[in-house]
Design a protein around this ligand. Structure first.
Ligand SMILES: Cc1cc2nc3c(=O)[nH]c(=O)nc-3n(C[C@H](O)[C@H](O)[C@H](O)COP(=O)(O)O)c2cc1C
Length: 260
């Protein structure tokens, strides 16, 4: 199948989903949205997919920017997968509207639940819970691939009405504040100046000063810096020293660095 999948990811869940979809389709080219952020990327594939995490009940800013630029490509069929931790809310409706503004049709939008990487609210859950999540995700991805192969035109998946009303409000209120939310990051004594946080940041928000990371208020809140820190030295607010770190077990640091 002539398909191209663009993914955005903080901790590998969306990359893993993108890879699994590509396998099910019998192959697809995979590109990181972070890599394409500055360039005008046009693609000639008949099928284009966007796979990305839900952030604050909506579409993360790098994906919003990318979706606006897709109009140059004029694909035949566009699908999206919003990878989330149980609350997809209005994300895919929002993306469909962005596409429509650019005279593109989002033909299908699916949600896939994966372990949470939003560490301020706690860790990803027990290993058992995570594995159950991966199993269910595998099953869902197989069903999604069938619909993509058919080039199905279908309503996008969405959360319950109360969630969409309430949380779309939160998304809209917080959207412009996200870049400065990095004020809560700090680094503890375990930091050994390895610089992985700086390398893994998808938007180049981190610089190293006197061997320590400094966040420069262009943050996208993906939590890659904190979650991939091998020393677990990066903290956010007061509670994260107690919480378990997470990244998808089949996604390695080198996969992340390649896509930055
Ligand atoms: C800043 C932030 C906000 C998030 N907001 C939501 C949300 O609104 N709903 C939800 O279900 N999951 C939310 N999550 C969880 C992620 O969407 C989920 O863990 C996803 O699988 C992470 O994918 P990634 O590893 O590709 O980054 C949020 C995560 C982060 C870091």
């Amino acid at each position: 199948m002539n398909a191209t999948i663009f993914y955005y990811t903080g901790t590998g869940n969306s990359l893993w989903v993108a890879r699994r979809v590509a396998d099910e389709l019998g192959g697809a080219e995979l590109f990181s949205i972070s890599e394409c952020d500055d360039e005008k990327k046009t693609v000639s594939s008949e099928i284009i997919g966007l796979v990305f995490p839900v952030h604050i009940w909506g579409v993360p800013a790098p994906v919003v920017r990318f979706a606006h630029r897709l109009r140059e490509s004029r694909p035949d069929y566009v699908f999206a997968i919003a990878v989330n931790a149980g609350q997809v809310s209005n994300t895919l409706v929002q993306l469909k509207k962005i596409m429509a503004e650019n005279r593109l049709n989002l033909s299908a939008g699916f949600e896939v639940a994966m372990p949470s990487n939003y560490i301020p609210w706690g860790g990803p859950g027990t290993q058992e819970k995570q594995h159950k999540c991966f199993e269910l995700a595998e099953e869902k991805i197989s069903r999604i691939a069938v619909r993509i192969k058919e080039k199905a035109n279908m309503p996008v998946e969405k959360g319950p009405l109360w969630q969409r009303i309430l949380f779309t409000g939160f998304y809209n209120m917080s959207f412009s504040h996200v870049p400065k939310m990095d004020k809560k990051f700090w680094v503890d004594d375990k930091c050994n100046a390895c610089g992985i946080c700086y390398k893994v940041c998808p938007v180049g928000n981190i610089t190293m000063r006197e061997g320590k990371p400094v966040w420069n208020h262009r943050c996208e809140q993906c939590f890659a810096c904190l979650q991939w820190c091998p020393q677990e030295a990066i903290q956010y607010g007061k509670k994260t020293p107690e919480y378990e770190r997470y990244h998808h077990p089949e996604v390695l640091l080198k996969d992340m660095l390649k896509s930055r």
